[in-house]
Design a protein around this ligand. Sequence first.
Ligand code: 0O2
Length: 231
Amino acid sequence: MENKHSLEQQLSALFTEELAEEAQEKMHKYNKLMAYYRCAMMEVETKLNVLNEEFSLRYDRNPISGIKTRLKKLPSIQEKLKRLGVPPTIDNIEEHLSDVAGVRVVCSFPEDVYMLAKALLSQDDITLIAKKDYIAYPKENGYRSLHLIVAVPIFLAHEKRIMRVEIQLRTIAMDFWASLEHQLRYKKDFQFTEDMAKELKFCAELSAELDRRMDALRELVQEDGKPSEAP
Ligand code: 0O2
């Protein structure tokens, strides 16, 4: 009896140890992948900062008002893989998701959005994978932004890896609308009515009108002073 007990104990200890090792291995692989995504976001952020710096030297104004980066959280990753009908494995994260690494660029004027996108995409180590122009073609609810999925290399000690990053470029007015709409839409225990959706869409149209007017002013100022050619 004593022997059986000790055998059971030994087996259970071995089993938990194996499971623990497996879990640890998976965790390590996951953390490594997330670190690669963080490096890719840093690469993209640096490229954008360099463009901002160059533009400000040439034209005496900054096209970028702010950059935010975010790594998709594990529950959102799991939820998206489930939605895609793909098993939640670490390999599938890299294979099926393009928005684990996200960089949001808030620009001063609509023209800056396109100028930055063009300058970034013309760099020879950046590959455009997908583009969604929600500025030219806003979403039904009024959402506007330029979305790019790009592949960017990261250089590690012994290898080069190509990582995908989602870049959202938008103006201050677009960002203002999207941030508030997001807050309202995800308000707990609140049912969004059709009238509220209409009102939000109207606000999106006002913000688009604001962008148009500010861009017209920028053009006047630019024509008066500096050359209007983009870097
Ligand atoms: P988070 O935390 O902001 O990243 P999917 O990602 O599957 O929903 P798709 O087609 O791959 O769909 O993505 P899409 O339409 O290019 O845009 C996804 C992201 O754009 C969202 O990320 C938002 O950040 C932003 N977005 C898109 N539509 C709206 C909108 O109507 N309102 C606001 N405020 N933001 C929007 P996530 O994954 O929702 O979250």
